[in-house]
Design a protein around this ligand. Structure first.
Ligand SMILES: [Zn+2]
Ligand SMILES: [Zn+2]
Length: 356
């Protein structure tokens, strides 16, 4: 090794020693401070159940908080929208459908009026009942015979099938879900009203499709000339009109009619699909003796049982027929099918506090 190289190597060694002696103490202090900070954080946040799901839940908590409060704040707006849409829908059905069918067949119009109003009364009644009937809460002043746990938010005992609704911020008996369109939780006492509302609304859209199909067909596929010559009165008198006599007011009425038919068509198809899917899913759950909340719980239980080569049995499933009987309140001696087909305020027979 040359003299220059040896000098350079000694110089580097000297600098290194100087640097270490000068910075070793501050680095050690920093290291200790970091260690203590880490220990403090771990001591405060340690959770032996910490896993990816837990971490994701914690990180998503602010979003859940926002959705919960957003849903609660917008609840009355959604209810207002439902009432307004339903009112507009019925007004249009009367304004366009009634004269259309009256000019074609009076008996058919009478049948449509009876059937349509029967469905309308049921829709309005069940919506109102689902809206105003409290879903049920664990009573604070009664001795509970069956308790599955203590609600961490209400700090009260939870009877079987009870779950805490984060939107309502209270425990709900046999909680199914929180419905923003009703601004209410769906639980033990109003579940039937909710389901009947879905069912009668869905049948109502089928009714409008049947009686509105001819109106929509003539409106969209027949020209004005065809329409003018096919307007019949009581299947007998042909009434012809002249396009040239169309006034500005008539054109505006025609535009309004066009908008109303499109509104009715979109709402009918949209509600038919949405309520059909929702109601169908609820019918499946009722048949299995499950609520929406329990579907997810039972799914996890099924997976756990499958890993142990066991079969999960839903303790609340009493068989499809009995599940429906209990759900509809037909297990009450005074209740019969007419109470299901026509508006009835009857509630479930049990108080929702026990598992059986
Ligand atoms: Zn609670
Ligand atoms: Zn709720």
């Amino acid at each position: 090794m040359s003299i220059g190289a040896r000098f350079l190597s000694r110089l580097l060694l000297f600098c290194k020693r100087k640097f270490i002696s000068a910075w070793s103490a501050p680095i050690a202090r920093l290291h200790r401070a970091w260690y203590l900070t880490k220990l403090a954080i771990q001591t405060l946040c340690y959770n032996q159940h910490l896993d990816l799901n837990y971490a994701l839940d914690t990180l998503l908590e602010p979003i859940f908080w926002f959705v919960d409060h957003f849903t609660a704040a917008l609840g009355p707006v959604f209810v207002f929208m439902v009432i307004n849409f339903l009112s507009a829908y019925v007004v249009i059905a009367y304004a366009i459908g009634l004269p259309f069918w009256w000019n074609r067949s009076v008996p058919v119009t009478c049948i449509a009026l009876i059937l349509g109003n029967y469905l309308l009364i049921n829709v309005v009644f069940h919506y109102y009942m689902a809206l105003v009937t409290p879903p049920g809460q664990p009573p604070p002043d009664r001795l509970l015979f069956e308790v599955i746990s203590i609600c961490k938010k209400c700090m009260t005992p939870k009877p079987p099938r009870t779950h805490h609704c984060s939107v309502c911020d209270k425990c709900i008996l046999k909680m199914d879900h929180h419905c923003p369109w009703l601004n209410n939780c769906i639980g033990h006492f109003n579940h039937r009203f909710f389901f009947s509302f879905c069912l009668f609304t869905w049948i109502g859209t089928i009714f409008v499709m049947i009686f509105g199909a001819v109106i929509a067909y003539e409106h969209f596929f027949l020209s004005n000339d065809d329409l003018n010559t096919t307007v019949l009165k009581n299947n007998s008198t042909s009434v012809t009109t002249n396009n040239s006599l169309y006034t500005k007011l008539e054109e505006q009425i025609s535009l309004l009619r066009n908008g109303a038919i499109i509104f009715e068509l979109l709402l009918t198809v949209g509600v038919f699909l949405a309520i059909g899917a929702l109601g169908g899913w609820h019918a499946k759950l009722i048949t299995r003796g499950e609520t929406c909340v329990e579907t997810y719980i039972n799914k996890k239980e099924k997976e756990k049982a499958a890993k142990l080569n066991k079969k999960f049995i839903n303790p609340f499933d009493k068989g499809p027929r009995e599940n429906w009987r209990i759900f509809l309140g037909l297990n009450r001696p005074e209740i019969s099918l007419k109470h299901i087909l026509f508006p009835s305020t009857h509630l479930p027979m049990d108080d929702g506090l026990r598992s059986s």
